[in-house]
Design a protein around this ligand. Structure first.
Ligand SMILES: [Zn+2]
Length: 309
């Protein structure tokens, strides 16, 4: 049995974003916590006791406190069910939460060498003692079985694949610590429970829905997909920025090349948008955009949503 918990469904900045007065952020402040979204992360477990995180968002501490599945077990003075963190990119909203995991519990950080190079080049991540917190490189299309801190096998298989994207925003125009060539900056993940064969996909950043990507995910029980923006130019139109979704490495939900249209002909049991920006009108209930997404079979999950496969 594969349990998956949405720790956060928001994009960088979350909802509401601390310095934002857009419609989505104002609605969230006015409606209590119902519309709040922390920054994108998912936890999964094959045994319900040991959990692996996909990305460590800046909201990680809040997310761990909000998820009973991830609390220390009763009676233990120091304990965490978190056995590992798998990083899909080196953006701030994927790695900053590692700094909140520095209290000496053993776990493993799994990431592509390009992302590990970013961690290695930023000495602040040395707060994670490498004797206790191992860093394990993962290769593209090389399946691996994440292990528990005692070395026991998890019974799960994870395989990373390259998706169209870009390197971390803060590295734009600068030398990449992991080199400029090749893939590895933006990964999608396939997670499979080896005992049941059930799997889910995590693709929280994707600049383009290619035919190869469609073929990869067709038939999956669950897909989390990049839901950053509804329209490619929505941040510009709303006066929130000067970048398109595509220039930030995110395909829009809508439009002929958007995720809803491009993935419509696939056989997917459940499909959820993740990494939803506060500018995206589909975040708000009762908007035409939300209704369009839901009519196409997509869910906009609340933080804390658990799915069992
Ligand atoms: Zn906003």
């Amino acid at each position: 049995m594969l349990r998956v918990v949405v720790l956060g469904a928001g994009a960088g900045g979350g909802v509401p974003q601390w310095n934002c007065g857009c419609d989505g952020c104002r609605a969230a402040r006015a409606n209590g916590h119902e519309l709040y979204r922390t920054q994108a992360s998912v936890a999964f477990s094959g045994d319900g006791e040991h959990w692996f995180l996909i990305n460590a968002s800046p909201d990680l501490r809040q997310q761990l406190n909000a998820a009973p599945q991830l609390h220390p077990k009763a009676g233990a003075l120091r304990h965490t069910p978190v056995a590992g963190v798998i990083l899909t990119n080196g953006e701030v909203d994927a790695v900053a939460g590692l700094l909140s995991m520095r209290e000496g519990s053993p776990f493993t950080v799994y990431a592509h060498e390009k992302v590990l190079a970013i961690l290695a080049s930023n000495s602040i991540f040395n707060v994670l003692n490498e004797k206790i917190v191992k860093r394990q490189p993962i290769g593209i299309s090389e399946p691996f079985e994440p292990k528990f801190p005692d070395g026991a096998r998890s019974g799960l298989e994870v395989v990373a694949f390259a998706v169209p994207g870009k390197s971390a925003w803060y590295l734009e125009g600068k030398a990449h610590p992991g080199g400029e060539s090749g893939d590895g900056d933006t990964l999608g993940l396939k997670v499979t429970d080896k005992s049941t064969g059930k799997c889910f996909y995590f693709i929280a950043a994707c600049a383009e829905v290619t035919d190869a990507l469609k073929a990869e995910i067709d038939g999956a029980a669950l897909v989390f997909f990049d839901g950053t923006v509804w329209r490619d130019d929505e941040m510009i139109k709303a006066g929130l920025g000067h970048k398109t979704g595509k220039s930030m490495g995110h395909v829009a939900m809508s439009g002929a090349d958007g995720a809803i249209a491009r993935l419509a002909d696939l056989s997917l049991d459940r499909k959820m948008f993740l990494h939803i920006n506060n500018s995206n009108p589909a975040l708000l209930p009762d908007t035409p955009e939300r209704k369009t997404a839901e009519a196409a079979g997509w869910q906009i999950p609340a933080d804390g949503t658990e799915i069992v496969l």
